[in-house]
Every structure is written in C-alpha cells, then in structure tokens.
Design a protein around this ligand. Structure first.
Ligand SMILES: Nc1nc2c(c(=O)[nH]1)N[C@H]1C(S)=C(S)[C@@H](COP(=O)(O)OP(=O)(O)OC[C@H]3O[C@@H](n4cnc5c(=O)[nH]c(N)nc54)[C@H](O)[C@@H]3O)O[C@H]1N2
Ligand SMILES: Nc1nc2c(c(=O)[nH]1)N[C@H]1C(S)=C(S)[C@@H](COP(=O)(O)OP(=O)(O)OC[C@H]3O[C@@H](n4cnc5c(=O)[nH]c(N)nc54)[C@H](O)[C@@H]3O)O[C@H]1N2
Ligand SMILES: [Mo]
Length: 816
C-alpha cells in the first residue's frame, strides 16, 4: 500500500529528485495482495441493465467519472435513440466498509449535463490571423488542417529551439482515464520527448519533503485502519468533501466514526463538511500556522512526560541531542528547538503557539494530553496545509507527533501523513519520455518568460543544471492550469498574450475554458461517454477496483478521442506505427485488459466486464498498516534515508541549504533541517502587520466542482453556488450581510462574488472555493470569482510548489 501520489500522464517512469528520492512505484505490493483470490468477485455485482432506471432504454452501459477528485465512481448510462437520457449510480458492491458501492456524488450524477453542455467545443478552431491570443476570434478548421498546422509548427519549434522548448502541461481532467489519459504523453514521448514536471499542484510540498523524513518509499495507514484508534485527527483533511464517492474515503471515514465510535477531532480554519459529519470537536486554526501548533503540543508532551522515548531512540534521528547525525551542530535537535535551546532561543510554550495559531493555550494543552494518552492515535493530514508558502515545514511537523507518541507501524496509528490506499495493477500504454529534464509543475510561467535562466539550485530544475531553452510550445490536454488553476491569472494572461514568448499553444478540452481562449489551436475532445477505456481506482482505501468504460453514444459534433487525434498527428510526424502498434483504441483496450490479466489471472473476461462493470480487490489483510516491517525489525528493514531511520532532523537538507540559492530569503524562503514554524510572506503573522490586506485567504476544494471541471454545469451550480466564506465579525466590521455582493482584493487582483457570512470560518480568514471560472470584465475585475486572480506566483522553498492557500486580502461590499 502506497500513499498514492499523482504521476505525470503518459509516463511510466516516476520522476526522481536525488537518487534516494524516487517515488514509490504506484503499484508496489499489489502482486502479493492479489495472491489472495478469495477476495475477488464480490457479491452483489449487478449487470449494467438492472431493474432500476428506465425500462424502455435501448441500452445501459457502464462508464465512470474520470475527473480529478481522487475518487473514481462507476456510472451507468441509459441510452435511447442515440442519446444519454438517464444516469444511474453503481449497483454493485456492498454497504460494508469492505468492497463498497461506488456511489457517485452530485457531480458524477450530472455528467450528462456536461456531455450535452451548450459550451461544448464542436470543431477544431484556429485563432484568426491578425488577432491576439485571448481576443476570442476563431475560425473553424478541418482536423486535417489542424493537425498539419500543429505538426509543421512542432517541427519548426524543435528545429529552432530544440526538443527542450516543448512543454507538456500538468493537467488532471482525465486523470482517471487510461488510454484517454496517456495518449498525448505517449505521442510526445515517441516524437522525441518534452520537458516534464514533478511535484504536482496537489501534493508538491509533501511529496518532495517526505523522502527527507521517510526515504524514497513511503506509505501510510489506510483510513479504515483508524477503526482501531482511540482518537482520530483529520488535520486540514476534509475527505467528506474531497473524496465524495460512496466508495472512497467519505465512506470509510463515515463508517469508521459511526460503526466504531472513535473520538474524532478536525483541525481546520473552516468548520468543514468533515467536521460536520464525523467530528466530536473542531479546532479552528489560522492557515499556515500548523507547525507552531505542533511545537506547542510537543512542549506539553515533553513537559508532562507523555512521550515515548524508547520509540524515538530506536527508530528516529534528530529528536534530541543524543541522537543527532554526525556533524550536526549543537542544540540543533527538535527537542532543543521546543525547549528554546536552539538558535531562536524561544521556548515553544502553549502560549507561544496560541499567539500564532489563534488556538487558546488551554485547548493546546488539552489536545496534547489527548494525543499523548490515546493509544493508539491516528493523525490523517490533508493537503491544504501543505499548499502554503511554508507548506514543507507544516506537513513534516505534523508527522513528528506520531513519532513522539510511538504510533508508527501499528494498527490504529500511522505516520501522520495522508491516508494510504491499495492500487489496482492496471496495464497502461505510456512510454518513457526520452527527455529527462523536469521542472517543478508550478514553474512553467517562469520557464516561458525566462526559461534559460532557471537553474537546479535556484528553481529546482532536475536533470540539468539549467534549462536549455525557454518554453516555446505549450500542450495543454484536459487541463485548465494555463489560465484558471495556476496563480496570478492577470499576470499569466499577459504572459500568454505575448506571442513572442510562447509561440504555439495547443489546447484540448471539451469546453471553451479560459485556458482554451488563450490558445492558438483548440481541439474538441470527446468525453468518456463517447469512447471506450478500461480504468483503475486511485484513492480507494482497502478496496482497489477497475471499471469498464463503455462508449454510450457516438462522438458528438466533430469531436475526436485523444487517441484518434494523436494517431493523426503521429502520422504527420512519421511515427504512426510506433504510436498505434497497429491497434485501434478499442483494440488497445482489449490488449490492456489482457495485459492486466497477466498480473491478475482472476480478472473477468471482456464480456463479463461489459456486463458487471466494476471488478474489486479487497485488501486480504483487512486494513493496512504502514511501516510495519520497519517497526518490527528496523535493522533488517531500514528506511531508504541516509541513517536508515526516520529523520526528524535531515542532514541532507542541512547540506542542501549551503548550496541552494534564495534570491528572496527575506520573504521566508529558506531550507532548514527541522520542521519548524517558519513565517513567510503573507503568512499568519504578516496578516497582523498588513494594514491594506489584513485577512488571510485560502480556497478550499468544493463540492460543486472538481477544480474547474463541472464549473459550467447548471445542476451543480444550482445545488452548490460559488460563495465566499467570511466570518461574522469580519463581515460585521465591514458592513457586509450574508448574500451581499462583495469584492475580494489582493496585491494581484480583484474578484467579486456573493458573501457567505458564517460562524464556520475562523475570524481573520476568508475562503474563496477554488476552481470557479476566471471571467475578468473590462475593468479587470474577475466576475467569475476565480481564487487564482488573487494568488501569487512565488514558489515554496524546497519543492518549488504552489503556495495557493497563502494570501492576504481585503474584502469590501461591492461598489460597481
Ligand atoms: N488557488 C488554488 N488553485 C489550485 C488549487 C487550490 O487548492 N487552490 N488546487 C490545485 C490542484 S490540487 C489541482 S490538481 C489543479 C487542477 O487543475 P486542472 O488539472 O487544470 O483541473 P481542472 O480545472 O478540473 O481542469 C480539467 C480540464 O479538463 C477538461 N476535461 C474534463 N474531462 C475531459 C475529457 O474527457 N476530455 C478532455 N479533452 N478534457 C476534459 C475540463 O473541461 C477542464 O477544463 O488545480 C490547482 N489549483
Ligand atoms: N469536491 C472536490 N473534491 C476534490 C477536489 C475538488 O476540486 N472538489 N480536488 C481533488 C484534488 S486534485 C485534490 S489534490 C484534493 C485536495 O485535497 P486537499 O488539499 O486536502 O483539499 P483543500 O480543500 O485544499 O484542503 C483541505 C482542508 O484544509 C484546510 N486548510 C487550508 N489551509 C490550511 C492550513 O494552513 N492548516 C490547516 N490545518 N488546514 C488548512 C481547508 O479549509 C480544507 O478544509 O481534493 C480532491 N477532491
Ligand atoms: Mo490536486
């Protein structure tokens, strides 16, 4: 069981940073899991066409929702006269914690509104001659013309600027797909390669920093394993809203709480849906201050003797002065930091932590006693708190508490990172990218603007000391990063408008998104309702599964599948045979099913898959315990860290700090070996000083959309309108009532939207749910309310990741 982390689409090879920092392979360990065939073929599998739904449909086929919420729900489309007339949920699986039914949420259930949305792209489009990007003037062209243009321009750009001027953008719109996800990556790799990315928009800070603590292979207990706990803490973790499938973490979290009655605490600036559904207590916290809370808790654990010295001595380095790596300076241990013997000379008392976090000292003391006394205790951290300018420290700090309390490697415990999952051993058709140069995913705008100045030590370039070229061609497939999900959209828009910088932008989508509006060529893709695929689960807890994706309707308009458009392009680049290997998309699906069966002999036949849709594998061990081997025998099973132990103090980071360059060190950009609280630009302390922008702003992931996907669907908009969360005191002092039209302003821009005035958010903090569609008006005010109009392009220090929850803003009643 691995902690599942996004890997680049179309690439089989996981990126690595230093040799010891390789990601854990996505499917490690599954082979042994699969040896247990007794778990296969769950009871309750129903055919697609069951008694529910319309009785006079022409056919009912299995399909799925493929967008990037991490859940992966099965759908059944009912088709009549060539149209999807009804969507039904999964009707297989159980109501147990094991093998659950993959019930889709409000988004999946409205997928057909997205398929038939009026803003569907219908024909290939080319930006009209003489207009600028973003002017919105298009001419419809044939697929032949579109592909000729792309092929010619691709060849010209490679010849003028080299292979490393091609960038294949981070994109997650079909992350749940297989053939549909990997087609473009396969094509571009076979054509000569592209600069890739590491450290996704989702998990950059934790993915890059965890190996310094746990080594290259890291894993974590499954969520359902917390049924063995005495206390569960969802720390900045909101599975009820971010893993909404009935088959995923929402289900495990709810079942664990309701069937086993485990006491549950949520630590979040917002009283989230998870707090509503499963928590006994909500502890509101200021964004970006989690490492300070941890330090305050650690102080109490030390003061009251509530820590496990034996565990720390046996399994960890860096906790106290007696267990430091060779060459570490004096008083550099975590204990010294807590006791005020470190460089800052400040004791991290509950009062100190209260001042930074906004949590009363008495609550911190009580929380520490609860954590120290609950045996075992499970801390499950989300990713919102690492999407911060000091995110690397916050996420690592939280993982110190399970070490101090000896909770690693046991049932009901865990290492304090995000919950783990088992993976389905799905065969894929990606190939290795021959170009090994990579940038941190968040750095692409800088790479367009001044790529050849980006270096390894300053910008996190991997595979080279510096980039060879500025990015001149940007390929964006099923993603809206270009101009919605990246930061500082007003600045990004200006960069994209400048055709002398990036010379060709190709965008493939279903909708005319703001990213598509700023492209040169827009290609209309089919949705998964219009093509065949065979896909696997992602964050599935202790039940992994595959879903048969069966084409329900013919491609709408002049849309094509990614596979078919790539085949056309491959032909023009002289690599058609390599790309297709002589197979159509449907033949590839059969091939991939057969390949998967080699690993998993019990996998159903294609006929059975068509009929029964969802194939499940249950964890034969029940629930998963991470780091168990290491706990049982740390000498025989050392971690892949330099010491073989869990490194609270990282000597590697201390060394890197000597070489890495931080032009903006005064903003809090630095590398330090301990997970300390680090104040940064626009952090919780800066908010107090800032007269102009005194409120901290985050942008939580929200029910109505998956990022920007489903953002134009009428049903989801009606059920979950975009609203800006604002506390009652902050609203009162500004004369704002619930429902008022307000504007939110940062140093980067202004958005407008409707106020949700609520006790559910900590005073001093605003949340603009991320993913709304960017719609700047003529005055530059974003009427769509996209949070990234407000966010800043300034990467976090270690992973060079997106600090999109670190922002200072001011709010006022909107005046037109
Ligand atoms: N401020 C802020 N910004 C954030 C975040 C945040 O927390 N705060 N979160 C970040 C995170 S975690 C992520 S993962 C990124 C996500 O950013 P993106 O990966 O850009 O995700 P989406 O916005 O969902 O864009 C997916 C696109 O795929 C398209 N699409 C969907 N299905 C299909 C299909 O079948 N075929 C084709 N061709 N296209 C399809 C959709 O129309 C949509 O335009 O955003 C990041 N941005
Ligand atoms: N419905 C829905 N589900 C989704 C997505 C979606 O867009 N919509 N996106 C999917 C994707 S790609 C990803 S990566 C995941 C994202 O999953 P996460 O990154 O975990 O989601 P967020 O909403 O950014 O943050 C989780 C919680 O952390 C809180 N938070 C923010 N900053 C801080 C902080 O500094 N400290 C603490 N303690 N808490 C903080 C937020 O209020 C929120 O409730 O969700 C996935 N699921
Ligand atoms: Mo994400």
């Amino acid at each position: 069981m691995t902690e599942t982390i996004e890997k680049p689409a179309g690439s089989r090879v996981a990126p690595s940073r230093r040799s010891f920092l390789k990601w854990s392979g996505v499917a490690t360990g599954t082979a042994t899991l699969l040896a247990s065939s007794t778990n296969l073929g769950m009871p309750g599998h129903g055919p697609a066409a069951a008694a529910d739904g319309m009785t006079d449909a022409d056919k009912t086929v299995w399909n799925a929702c493929l967008v990037n919420c991490g859940s992966r729900c099965a759908l059944r489309f009912q088709v009549k006269d060539g149209q999807i007339v009804r969507e039904l949920p999964d009707n297989s699986g159980t109501d147990d914690i094991v093998g659950p039914t993959l019930r889709p949420c409000v988004r999946g259930r409205s997928l057909r509104r997205r398929v038939y949305s009026p803003d569907r792209l219908k024909k290939p489009l080319r930006r009209k001659d003489g207009t600028k990007r973003g002017d919105g003037e298009w001419e419809e062209i044939s697929w032949e013309e579109a592909m000729d243009t792309i092929a010619d321009e691709y060849k010209r750009i490679v010849s003028d600027y080299g292979q490393e001027s091609i960038y294949f953008q981070y994109a997650s719109g079909v992350t749940g797909g297989n053939i549909t996800r990997d087609s473009w990556g396969r094509l571009l790799s076979l054509a000569g390669g592209y600069v890739g990315w590491y450290g996704s928009y989702s998990t950059s800070q934790i993915t890059v920093s965890m190996p310094y603590m746990y080594g290259a292979r890291f894993e974590s207990n499954s969520i359902a394993d917390s049924k063995h706990s005495k206390l569960v803490i969802y720390w900045g973790n909101n599975p009820i809203e971010t893993r909404m499938s009935g088959g995923n973490n929402l289900w495990s979290a709810t079942k664990t709480r309701k069937d086993y009655g485990v006491r549950t605490i949520v630590i979040d600036p917002r009283y989230s849906d998870t707090a509503i559904d499963v928590a006994d207590e909500w502890i509101p916290i200021r964004p970006g201050s989690d490492a300070a809370l941890v330090a305050g808790i650690a102080w109490v654990l030390l003061d009251e003797g509530l820590y496990d010295q034996d565990f720390l001595d046996k399994y960890c380095v860096g906790f106290d002065e007696d267990h430091m790596p060779d060459g570490a300076p004096k008083n550099a241990s975590y204990r010294s930091y807590i006791e005020g013997k470190g460089e800052d000379g400040v004791e991290k008392t509950p009062d100190w932590a209260a001042d930074i976090t906004g949590i009363p000292a008495a609550t911190i003391i009580r929380l520490a006693r609860e954590i120290g006394n609950a045996k075992p205790c499970s801390i499950l951290q989300g990713w919102g708190l690492q999407r911060q300018a000091n995110g690397e420290y916050n996420c690592r700090a939280i993982m110190v508490l399970p070490l101090m309390t000896g909770n690693v490697g046991i049932h009901g415990g865990g290492n304090g990172s995000r919950e783990g999952t088992i993976n389905f051993p799905l065969a894929t058709f990606g190939v290795e990218n021959p170009v090994t140069t990579m940038i941190p995913a968040f750095k692409w705008t800088e790479a367009i603007d001044h790529g050849s100045e980006l270096t390894a030590l300053k910008d996190g370039v991997q595979g080279r000391d510096k980039l060879e070229s500025d990015f001149k061609m940007l390929i964006n497939v099923a993603g809206n990063i270009n101009l919605n999900q990246h930061s500082d959209l007003n600045a990004t828009r200006e960069l994209l408008r400048d055709e002398s910088k990036c010379e060709l932008i190709v965008d493939v989508d279903n909708h005319m998104t703001s990213s598509a509006r700023y492209a040169d060529i827009v290609l209309p893709g089919t949705t998964n309702a219009e093509e065949n695929d065979f896909i696997g689960s992602e964050y599935a807890g202790d039940t992994a599964y595959a879903i048969m994706v069966d084409q329900a309707i013919d491609p709408l308009y002049d849309c094509k599948s990614h596979y078919d458009m790539c085949t056309m392009l491959a032909d023009r680049l002289g690599i058609k045979d390599e790309f297709t290997e002589g197979r159509t998309q449907d033949e590839w699906r059969s091939h991939l099913i057969n390949e998967t069966r080699k690993e998993l002999p019990d996998l159903w036949s294609e006929d059975e898959l068509h009929e029964k849709g969802v194939f499940r594998i249950n964890n034969p061990e029940g629930t998963f315990v991470a780091n168990k081997d290491f706990r049982d025998d740390p000498e025989a099973n050392p971690l892949e860290t330099p010491s073989g132990k869990i490194e609270i103090y990282s000597a590697t980071l201390a060394d890197m700090a000597k070489d890495w360059e931080f032009p903006d060190a005064e903003l809090g950009d630095k590398l330090i070996p301990l997970p300390e609280f680090v104040e940064t630009w626009e952090g919780p302390l800066a908010a107090r000083e800032d007269k102009e922008y005194p409120l901290q702003m985050i942008g939580h992931h929200f029910k109505g959309r998956t990022h920007s996907s489903y953002g134009s669907v009428d049903w989801t908009k009606e059920a979950h309108p975009q609203k800006i969360w604002l506390s009652i005191p902050d609203a009162d002092s500004r004369g704002i009532d619930n429902g008022d039209l307000i504007s939110v302003k940062s140093r980067r821009g202004v958005v407008q939207g409707q106020a949700f005035v609520t006790p559910r958010i900590v005073p001093g903090v605003v949340s603009v749910p991320q993913g709304a569609w960017y719609e700047p008006n003529n005055d530059g005010i974003d009427e769509g309310g996209c949070v990234n109009t407000l966010t800043r392009i300034h990467a976090s220090p270690l992973s060079k990741g997106n600090p999109q929850h670190t922002n200072l803003v001011e709010v006022e009643k909107y005046h037109a």
